[in-house]
Write a protein that binds this ligand. Structure first.
Ligand code: SAH
Length: 225
């Protein structure tokens, strides 16, 4: 790591602190995970700035502040099993890997998922399982093994009106889900807590801008767009 790299990392962490992030585990993870590895060559120079950037296929890597706020709100422990919907470039996934026991992540664009998986290999992140599919359907039973329920669920694309029922079903009792809700231009980041099998408490975190949560795996056409 050269001096410039260290300076950029320290600057990002100071920036996040000044914007209200207090969780030292989250700040430590954001200092350690190299965001430049997750963005296309054309925007590498801006990788350590607190801004969202394009990652291809019309999708974006979230702004570091939003990644930090979502990670902090989940109050992750190293015992947690986490489900993430919307792997994208895999940056948020990598942060989660540093903060919990195991991450299961789903992305509907195969192209994005393959690139994210290569980065997980490169960074030797071993506690993540990635899948191409429709995350609105939750994590599927595979080879007879059910991974649900999850202690925490994080959705990084916006649902129009409410969280997909299957995701609420896959949350453990006392579990927490963070998800942006609302149409483009009018989204609120919300935190759901599963108090009992059918009762949830909901809290608004802040207004946000995310790409929409879309059904089904992306077609090859859409994938090549
Ligand atoms: N956390 C990511 C954010 C990527 S943007 C990052 O930091 O890079 C949101 C992602 O959600 C997009 O890649 C989009 O393709 C994906 N997405 C949208 N609907 C989905 C669905 N139903 N299942 C899985 N992924 C979905």
């Amino acid at each position: 790591m050269n001096t410039q790299d260290i300076n950029r990392r320290v600057r990002l962490v100071m920036d996040l602190r000044s914007k209200g992030i207090r969780d030292t585990r989250v700040l430590g993870a954001m200092e350690r995970v190299p965001r430049d590895v997750f963005v296309p060559a054309a925007v590498k120079d801006q990788a350590w700035d607190d801004m969202a950037l394009p990652i291809g296929r019309g999708q974006t890597i979230s702004q570091p502040l939003v990644v930090a706020i979502m990670s902090e709100a989940l109050a992750l422990s190293d015992r947690d099993k986490v489900l993430e919907i919307g792997t994208g470039c895999g940056y948020q996934t990598a942060i989660l890997c540093k903060l919990c026991r195991r991450v299961y992540t789903i992305e509907r664009h195969k192209y994005l998922l393959e690139h994210a998986e290569r980065r997980f290999e490169e960074l030797r992140l071993r506690n993540v399982t990635a899948l191409a599919g429709d995350g609105m359907k939750g994590w599927p039973k595979m080879h007879g093994i059910e991974q649900a329920p999850f202690d925490k669920i994080i959705v990084t694309a916006a649902a129009r009106e409410k969280p997909p029922q299957k995701l609420l079903d896959q949350l453990s009792l006392g579990g927490v889900m963070i998800i942006p809700i609302g149409p483009s231009g009018d989204q609120m980041l919300k935190l759901y807590r599963k108090d009992s099998i059918e009762a949830y408490s909901v809290r608004d975190i802040m207004p946000v801008r995310f790409v929409p949560l879309l059904p089904d795996i992306a077609s090859d056409n859409e994938d090549a767009a």
